[in-house]
Design a protein around this ligand. Sequence first.
Ligand code: ZN
Length: 155
Amino acid sequence: MNENIQLKWRHDIHGIGAFAKTELAKGSVVGEYFGEIEIKGDHCDPNMRFQTSIKLGGEVIGYIDAVRVGSWTRFINHSCNGNVRFEPRRLGNLARNVVKVNRTISAEEEITIDYGDSYWKHWKEKGIHCQCGEASCRLNKAVSGSPPKKEQYGE
Ligand SMILES: [Zn+2]
């Protein structure tokens, strides 16, 4: 666990969120998305809340699945104006996704990431829309349900 990050219960809709304890500088790497590697084709369930893609040359080659194992980064909630992003890195044969800060994050601010359109496509089909509350929210067409809850955490 990054000492500059804390997990807190946010509210009934978003569940647990990750918050900055101190100011986080733009461009800094605050964590890594850990999990089991799934090669594309094996497992591609858009329902997966704790899954992020691994890209190589712009193409998705697999996924990191943090359902069974993972770090605090799997508790980062979605926002259409996320203040961090995943950035793919290669370390020899290992594909990794680090969490990089998009803009300065203030102490106590929630850390958020844009889950992307493919994630939301699945939920929109079920009538569930984004409730990130951002003025620039591009996904909140109608509030008719709750976005998926995060599961309980076990750090
Ligand atoms: Zn939104």
